[in-house]
Design a binder for this molecule. Structure first.
Ligand code: IMP
Length: 433
C-alpha cells in the first residue's frame, strides 16, 4: 500500500488527528488536501498535548515529509504561528511543503465570513469564522490569491489593486464601517511570503514522484464526509470536498493512484454547528458523552452536540468514499452506560428511510429507528492497558457485540479500535484478521 486516504465518516471531530498520527509512523509523506484552519486536531505525544489547525498531523514526526496540498486554504498568519509554537516546543521544521497553487485566506475573507453568517439567518452553518467559505468562493469565482502570488511583490500588488476595491465595495454594501488598506495588506502578506518562501513548492510533482518511487503517502482528511460541500448537509457543512475523492483534486494525483481509503467512525456522533441531527441527545446520555469525550471544539471551544451512533450516516460514508476499512474511535467514552443505542434507519412520515436524504427539511423530520444493546462496565487506565496489550479478544463482550453490529451494518472490516487519546491506546486489528 503506498497511497492511503483517511477521512471522517461523520461531521468531523472523529479523532482523525490521532489516527493519522498513528498511521503516519509507517508513512514517508503526510498530506492535507482540503479545508484550512477551521480544522482542529489534537495529538498526544507522551503526556504532551498538541493542537493543530492548519499543519498536517504528521508534523510532529519530523523525519516525515509533510505537505499542504493545493486544495487547502492557507491563512499564512496562522501557519507561521503554528510553526513558531512547534519550534518553541523543541520540534524542528525540516520537511514542510506548501503547494504553490493553494489559495490564501485574506483579511477580508475573515471579515466577510462573520458578516455573512449573521445575514444568513436560518441558512447559517455556525462557521468557525476563519474565512474558509469566502476564500473558497473567491477561488471558484477566480478572485483568489494563491501562495505563489505572495512570493512576488509586483504580482500581489497588481492583484490587490483589483481585489481590494471590489472587497471594499462588498463591505460598504453590507454597511460595515471597515476600511481595507491595500498597503497594510500588501506589506503583511509579502512578509508572510518571505518567511514561507522556502516551503512553497509544486507539491503535485513532489507527491507523484514519491508515489512513483513507491513511497508511502498518507492523505489526511479534515472535517468529515457529512460536511462535504457536495455530499454533506448543504448549506450547513463546510466549503471543501472532504470525501476521499477530494484527495485527488486537492493534491493533483489521479484516482487510480489511491490504494486504500480508511473511514474514521467515532463510536457516537457529535456536531459543532447548526443543522438537523437525528440522533441528537438532549439528556444525561448526551451530557455524559460531551463530558467524558471532551466534546468541546478544538478550534472554537464550542460545546459539541452529541448523540448516538447513526449508521445511516456511516453507510453513506462507506458509499461515497468507497471505504476499504474502518477505524473506531472513542469507544471507551461509552463505558459505564447501561444501554447503548445505534440508529439503523430513519422513519419519515411512516416511511422507512435507509439512505441519508438530501433534503434538510426531510432530515429535520426524520425519527431515528434504534437497535438497543447492553452496555459494558467502566474500566480503569490499568485495565485498558491490559486489554490493549492482550488485543481484541480481551475487550468486554458487550463492546465486541457493539463492534460486530457496526461491521454487520457497514459490511466493512475494522483496522484499528482506539480506546483513548494516546498512541498506545490503540488495538491494531491488522494482525487479527
Ligand atoms: P467553516 O468550515 O468554518 O465554514 O464552517 C462550516 C461548518 O463546518 C460549521 O458548522 C462548522 O462548525 C463546521 N466545521 C468546520 N470545520 C470543522 C471541523 O474541523 N470539525 C467539525 N466541524 C467543523
Amino acid at each position: 500500500m503506498t497511497a492511503i486516504v483517511i477521512v471522517g465518516t461523520q461531521w468531523g471531530d472523529e479523532g482523525k488527528g490521532k489516527i493519522t498520527d498513528y498511521y503516519a509512523e509507517d508513512a514517508d509523506y503526510v498530506v492535507r488536501f482540503q479545508g484550512g484552519n477551521n480544522a482542529g486536531h489534537t495529538i498526544m505525544v507522551g503526556d504532551e498535548t498538541f493542537k493543530f489547525h492548519l499543519l498536517p498531523s504528521g508534523i510532529l514526526r519530523t523525519e516525515k515529509k509533510v505537505v499542504i496540498g493545493n486544495g487547502v486554504v492557507v491563512d499564512p498568519i496562522v501557519l507561521l504561528d503554528e510553526l513558531t509554537e512547534i519550534k518553541k516546543r523543541g520540534f524542528a521544521i525540516k520537511n514542510l511543503y506548501i503547494s504553490d497553487r493553494a489559495h490564501v485566506i485574506m483579511p477580508y475573507h475573515k471579515i466577510i465570513d462573520g458578516i455573512e453568517e449573521k445575514l444568513k439567518k436560518g441558512f447559517k452553518a455556525g462557521t468557525t469564522k476563519r474565512g474558509i467559505g469566502p476564500c473558497y468562493s473567491d477561488k471558484i469565482a477566480r478572485f483568489g490569491v494563491r501562495m505563489i502570488d505572495l512570493l512576488d511583490k509586483e504580482t500581489l500588488e497588481k492583484k490587490l489593486d483589483i481585489l481590494i476595491p471590489i472587497k471594499q465595495k462588498t463591505l460598504d454594501i453590507y454597511g460595515e464601517n471597515i476600511k481595507l488598506s491595500k498597503i497594510d495588506i500588501l506589506e503583511e502578506y509579502l512578509a508572510c511570503g518571505e518567511k514561507l518562501k522556502k516551503y512553497v513548492a509544486d507539491t503535485s510533482l513532489l507527491i507523484n514522484n514519491a508515489l512513483d518511487e513507491k513511497k508511502m503517502v498518507l492523505f489526511e482528511g479534515a472535517q468529515g464526509t457529512h460536511l462535504d460541500i457536495d455530499h454533506g448537509i448543504y448549506p450547513f457543512g463546510t466549503s471543501s470536498n472532504t470525501i476521499a475523492g477530494g484527495a485527488c483534486i486537492g493534491t493533483g494525483i489521479g484516482p487510480q493512484r489511491i490504494d486504500k481509503v480508511i473511514g474514521v467512525v467515532k463510536a457516537y456522533t457529535s456536531r459543532v454547528g447548526t443543522g438537523p441531527f437525528p440522533t441528537e441527545l438532549d439528556d444525561e446520555n448526551g451530557e455524559y458523552m460531551r463530558e467524558k469525550g471532551g466534546e468541546y471544539g478544538t478550534t472554537t471551544g464550542r460545546p459539541r452536540r452529541c448523540g448516538w451512533l447513526d449508521m445511516v450516516m456511516v453507510r453513506f460514508a462507506v458509499r461515497v468514499n468507497a471505504l476499504d476499512a474502518l477505524v473506531i474511535t472513542k469507544i471507551d467514552v461509552l463505558s459505564g452506560l447501561k444501554n447503548i443505542k445505534i440508529c439503523r434507519e430513519y422513519e419519515h412520515k411512516e416511511k422507512i428511510i435507509r439512505d441519508f436524504p438530501a433534503d434538510m427539511n426531510v432530515l429535520a423530520d426524520c425519527k431515528p429507528v434504534y437497535d438497543e444493546l447492553d452496555g459494558w462496565g467502566y474500566y480503569s487506565k490499568d485495565e485498558w492497558k491490559r486489554m490493549v496489550k492482550k488485543g481484541y479478544e480481551a475487550l468486554p463482550d458487550n463492546m465486541k457485540l457493539y463492534l460486530d453490529h457496526i461491521r454487520k451494518e457497514t459490511g466493512v472490516e475494522m483496522e484499528l479500535i482506539s480506546v483513548g487519546p494516546r498512541r498506545w491506546e490503540t488495538i491494531d486489528m491488522r494482525s487479527h484478521h
